[in-house]
Design a protein. Sequence first.
Length: 367
Amino acid sequence: MSLRVIVLCTLLALLTLTASADFHDTSDLEKVKVSFANWEKTKADVGGSYSYKVRWSSFIEYGHETRIFVKNGKVVRRTFRPIAMVDKPTGESPFEKWKEEGDQLGTHRDGAPVKTLDQLYESSIKIASKKLESTERRFVKIDNRGLLLECFIIDTRIADDAPKNGLSISGIRLSGTGDAAKAKRLKAVRLSGKDNGKTIKVTLGQKIQIQLESNPTTGYTWVDQSKSKSIRLMGDVKYKASGEGVGSGGVSTASFKTTAEGASEMRLGYLRTFEDKPAIKQFLVTLQISKSAEKDPGEKDPGEMDLPVFKSPNGKPYPKHWGAPPKLQTRDLRPLPGGFGQGSGTLVKWISENLARDEKSENKKSP
């Protein structure tokens, strides 16, 4: 074999391997785009309501965490708190805890910016599209739900605390306020032979379980005869014997799921599938399928999550959006503004600043 042939064969092999590697490789941009498509579906399922948190840490003893709360696609609250990076920090945190909502959003300089996940995905797509310099490295991380957690670039020449240019969030909490999420939480409607002929109100996406007496040893079984497109049989009709004796009979269970709004008939027939004869018994209920369920009494809006109540020295609670009062306080005692009793000069300053901020917000709302 000539040298020329050997060289050509080698080049062809290398090209084949390269093409194969390119074919199986998924670029950072493709990963982000696939995740964004998944987020669009997830967002619809939860009604655009969720929260996420962003953590910043350093080689010093303290870092901080920002939480962004989104309701119906709009940011409604931003919280900020210091976090200790060691078990027993020797110094005090340089960061103070605070909360923002309404017109106060974005008034603090610290913390992650006031952005929705849609806005973060938009910037992440640009970052994933960027051509990297030789000194740059890009990180992309997707969680087990297919949601984007990281998409940032760092300068590899910086050893400690290299700035992360892009997205880096530590967790996403879906609030479950969308129709699909509500339907998932709803308990299954359980029916029996006593419900034959009734009209039942259910929710779109809700499961319906029917249990009927049967005895397959006679050749008869319950068969789905529903013709409506608003319900769907989940799997097969399952049978469980009630006793150990031969021919003793048992219970057949059929599970359905509602798939569209409106009135629908759910019909089961008791027949021999090997005979061309009508059913000897029928089970029929009329379903009234509504779009969504009422809000659960204990369900919290995203802006109400994790909001502890802090009380003043005289027991009067501070407004929730003020957050926690300062931990370190002077030891003097003086009257507190706002009818909060008596306390330190530190509390006087903290309460005064919050009252002034609230008054400023009210003035903005006034025409």
